[in-house]
Design a protein around this ligand. Sequence first.
Ligand SMILES: Cc1ncc(COP(=O)(O)O)c(C=O)c1O
Length: 480
Amino acid sequence: MRRADDEIVDALARAGRWIEAYYREPQRYPVFSRARPGELSAALPQAPPEEGESFAAIFADFERLIVPGITHWNHPRFFAWFAISATPVAVVAEALAAALDVNAMVWRSSPAATELEEVVLRWLRDLLGLDAGLHGIVYDTASIGGFTALAAARESLDLGIRERGMAGRDDLPPLRVYLTDQTHSHIEKAAIALGIGRDNVVRVPVDDAFAMRPDALAQRLQRDIASGMRPMCVAATVGTTSTTSRDPVGDIADVAKRHGVWLHVDAAYAGSAAIVPEFRYLLDGCERADSVVVNPHKWLFVPIDLSVLYVRDLELLRRTFSLTADYVATPETGVRNYMDYGLQLGRRFRALKLWFALRRLGVAGMRDVLRGHVALAQRFAAWVEAELDWEVVAPHPLSVVCFRYAPVGLDERRRDERNAAIVDAVNAGGEAFLSTTRLHGHLVVRLAIGNERTTEDDVRAAWKLLRNAARQADRAFRDS
Ligand SMILES: Cc1ncc(COP(=O)(O)O)c(C=O)c1O
């Protein structure tokens, strides 16, 4: 029988070699997995093994069965959704956090996990230019951060909902949440989960740049208040998912604050860019926000998942969620017990990977990568604009470009079909991977740059693939 310590040394060495080779050349794999639906399920046994298996056997199956079913976000030509990549030492930190396997629910369950989180989130807050009145908490995702912020917004109304709930109460006005048709869906999901109801989610019109119109927000707030409704939260976005548009947070804050409404800012993607001095303006106005979400796992080079919620009134958040059962009560005073600030009790030690990433790349290193991504996206947009049959369809201040193939003589329906066919063909080829969205009802292509390894050659290659696919699609449609 091999000793456990021999096995871990071998397993780590093997996994380490695999990871090193993977990071050296992720492009050895097709970026978009060629797996067919149900293929992996069919290849796996119906039940786990009765007897333990060797690491070698498990690892062989990881390579044989799992890797082919991976869409490679690490591939430098992954341009879909919000492309991301983790700097390798942050992955090592993730492994160390798993090895420590602490549950950072209360301070004493691992003092370092709690205190590192406090320190690293203060560092990040200052780097982002957010004001010192904001306090950070790590969650897994922006969706949970957004939900948590909305729960606090509801509690801030002092309607006794924590104790008495909402059901069967005729003293409660309808609570209203304001967003736009560009807001990420998690805010509406939070409204569903918190019993606000989709009917009370108000879509404020946007301007030509897909940004919330503060004048239209003011009108809707006034109308709702006049008819006895209770505005609960305005959700502004800095860096919307489709186009990276930015709602004018300062002007929205003027309106929200005039009516005493909670202002939440979803800066999940674009917030990270504010560590770069010339992009700091992105978070202007957040000094009046009640809560702000930034996702380091999107654009600060930590592996998914790590999202940060900054809130102004930490005590309110604690009041919203705190419920200390006897079996987790602890005697320390003057320490933070993170279980009090959200739905979950158990928490992973996520701050460790952000600490590693910030130290390994350094602030200057991170800024350089972000600047590089934005510059590449701007170059790509210029190439698209220079082509007669293609058009850029939205402002592109950051690292995402929305564009489409739009030759004259093709009606809108056919343009949609053609762009879908182009993206499908490029993705099927396995050399680059892009996603689509809809703007003004029309299908458009998104190219998102967020991978540390992406170079100008990669972007140029994607552009060539897109133009070739357009020519082929033209031919196919002509012949059909
Ligand atoms: C603007 C914005 N907010 C929130 C989210 C949700 O992020 P998460 O997956 O961390 O919940 C996304 C996802 O891409 C997003 O683009």
